[in-house]
Design a protein around this ligand. Sequence first.
Ligand code: HGY
Ligand code: MN
Ligand code: MN
Length: 396
Amino acid sequence: MTGRFRELWDEIAPVGRDADSGGYLRYALTPAELRLREWFRAQAELRGMPVSGDGNGNLFAWWGDPAAGGAVLTGSHFDSVPHGGAYDGPLGIVSAFLAVDELRAAGVTPVRPVVVAAFVEEEGARFGVPCLGSRLLTGEIDADRAAGLRDAAGVSFAEALGHRPAGADPALLGRFAAFVELHVEQGRALVDADAPVAVGSAIWPHGRWRFELRGEGNHAGTTRMADRRDPMLTFAFTVLAANKEARLRDAHATVGRVSVEPNATNAIPSRVTGWLDARAAAPETLDGLVEAVQAKAAERARRDGTELTVTRESATPLVTFDGGLADRLAGLLAAPLLPTGAGHDAGVLAAHLPTAMLFVRNPTGVSHSPAESATDDDCAAGVVALARVLEELACH
Ligand code: HGY
Ligand code: MN
Ligand code: MN
């Protein structure tokens, strides 16, 4: 299996890879991701698996009758964060096709369809809302709101998709009996546990908040410090407050994205916009963290004479995966159960059908970075584990 994994992996590894950073630029519905979607269709065709869409940009390759119910869905996403790792997303799709091959080679014929999915815009790196495809399929985001989301160049999701997204598809969703997403681990728990594969137990509640700070643009050289209303000052304080409040709560807070207007070395900014990514093991901890950061930012804005607007752009509640299914798969695979702070399409679908996750060991533990890694042997172990899970769920 290791050789077959490497052979298939090498087909997509160069797609969207930045030569300088070694990271990936695979934004949803851009040329790199579109090439991966074509690769998906070709792989499905090679296996005689008809591909259908849901009108939202998600793709589904069917092993079995697309009209039949009780299907077992697996797969993940192709899109990446800017200069992201190779495995976050694509590993789940490549592994799904190889797991189908594994079952067929063993002469297994499922009694219900097995479906490989590629969800669109899981990272939210282009249109700002993570898990956009799975939220559309499940009706967790309004199709008109999704249609109007715009990328940095002002292109709307509907324009990129080529049409208004279809939105919720309860009939399609109702044909799935379970969803299993295999994903590279985004941490080092499996390294510490010395295990190649784990079963997901939960996803931390998390969300994204946009902090818009407005002040008075002015000349850097002629404006006295006492006369300034500098939003960068309030923003810098907010970032430090987020860091401190997260540490006090053993939570996670990140400000990794900021935009400055006019963004000139010799001009005091008129506006600074920063995005807070906040996550915590418990909902009340997350709420307390975000409230504290907002309060500190507002208090500092008053001192700086700047104006603050905070907008929640996305939120994912605590996801506890189907306990019966997680325990059953952990027993089947003799694998540990593992919570994660990372969001996934599985976290969205978990509210709509029995859902499980498999994690594959990442020796560096690093993700959303070119340093993300996984060994071919562990990826092969992931495929074998996924094949066993699909057989367990689709053959009985
Ligand atoms: O941000 C996340 O947790 C996921 O990688 N989209
Ligand atoms: Mn990711
Ligand atoms: Mn992912």
